[in-house]
Design a protein around this ligand. Structure first.
Ligand SMILES: Nc1ncnc2c1ncn2[C@@H]1O[C@H](COP(=O)(O)OP(=O)(O)OP(=O)(O)O)[C@@H](O)[C@H]1O
Length: 343
């Protein structure tokens, strides 16, 4: 299903502008993530698509050429998965998945066949007759997904579906969810505030800030070509380099860096993986802390900015806290961007 959103805005009573006029086009089978900090309006946008919230006048929501702007939640034929799962604890897995189909009064045989189909797809065969209370968080999440998919929705909406899980399980389920959504081939919109999750699951990510889509693109485009300092910070944790810009030179406390182009009035940012500890480097800094993380060391460098700047360092050894080191940053790795509106 293709989803076309035009001029979607939301002003809550009292005047809070949760969402400024937004346009978005999502292709058939595409998975789009709405990514942004708390309060940026992502849930509001999702709830408007679902029909749980009414947009301001002038909005248009079209599902495959059909205007659904004024349709109720039920007639939109969407599937939803929430953080809390909202499963019925006293029912079995099978009972939960079939519940919506029963409400639709589908014939028994049809219900059974659809329930079996999603149980197999979500690899829940071994748990089908268990009660929900006898499942792990990850298994419950798969049941919630299976239940949302059983009525064959036109679009699947997911609101922070992994946020109730612990960190290790989240990582595993993130990849699993990405795979399942693609197997379903369904158009899906996924709300999260976690950049790794958005990048792992979505074909395109819409980065939101203060009620607006700051940038939409593939994870690679957002990472390599962020449009603003805000997007660069949010996707890939770019850090601002505080210094004085004079044409194509950035004067830092510890030295001068060459910029790829004149940057007066812009913001210069860098990512931890692009800072090299290099005895020949043009900038000096002091090592504050060193954290060994297995694949690399994470080094906090002081004396460059107000707060520390982090560098990822690979190799068999690392400098020690208190040592003075020299750094280099390839000029093409520096991000020169308009100052982010929501820094
Ligand atoms: N029912 C409401 N009445 C008034 N203001 C609301 C209502 N719901 C949300 N808001 C406000 O609208 C803005 C956007 O909220 P929304 O829930 O869409 O943000 P979000 O990006 O999903 O945040 P979170 O990640 O914290 O859920 C916030 O400032 C919020 O306080």
């Amino acid at each position: 299903m293709t989803l076309t959103l035009t001029n979607i805005a939301k002003t809550f009573p009292g005047g809070t502008k949760a969402l400024l006029p937004t346009d978005l086009e999502i292709s058939k089978g595409e998975i789009v993530s709405l990514l942004g900090p708390s309060g940026c309006g992502k849930s509001t946008l999702l709830r408007i698509i679902a029909g749980l919230e009414t947009p301001d006048a002038g909005a248009k929501i079209v599902f495959d050429g059909e205007d659904v702007t004024h349709q109720s939640v039920e007639t939109r034929k969407i599937g939803m998965v929430f953080q809390s799962y909202a499963l019925f604890p006293n029912m079995s897995v099978r009972g939960n998945i079939g519940y919506g189909l029963k409400m639709q009064r589908l014939p028994r045989a049809e219900i059974d066949s659809r329930v079996n189909e999603v149980i197999a797809l979500c690899r829940l065969d071994a748990y089908a007759d268990r009660s929900i209370t006898a499942l792990s968080g990850g298994q419950r999440q798969r049941v919630a997904l299976a239940r949302a998919m059983a009525p064959r929705p036109r679009v699947l909406l997911l609101d922070e579906p992994l946020s109730a899980l612990d960190a290790a399980l989240r990582g595993q389920l993130r990849d699993e969810l990405a795979l399942l959504l693609r197997q379903f081939g369904i158009t899906a919109i996924f709300v999260t505030h976690d950049q790794d999750e958005a990048m792992a699951i979505a074909d395109r990510v819409a980065v939101m800030s203060q009620g607006e889509v700051a940038q939409i693109g593939t994870p690679e485009v957002l990472y390599r070509n962020p449009a603003t300092g805000f997007v660069a910070r949010f996707v890939g944790d770019a850090m601002p380099l505080e210094g004085r810009i004079e044409a194509d030179r950035l004067h830092l406390r510890g030295g001068v860096l060459a910029l790829p182009k004149p940057a007066d009035g812009s913001e210069v940012l860098v990512r931890a993986e692009d800072i090299r500890i290099d005895p020949e480097g043009p900038v000096s800094a002091r090592v504050e802390t060193v954290t060994f993380l297995g694949t690399h060391y994470r080094i906090a460098l002081g004396g460059l900015a107000e707060g520390p700047l982090f560098a990822l360092h690979t190799g068999l050894s690392a400098p020690k806290p208190g040592e003075d080191v020299r750094l280099s940053i390839a000029s093409e790795a520096l991000l020169i961007l308009p100052r982010g509106l929501a820094a």
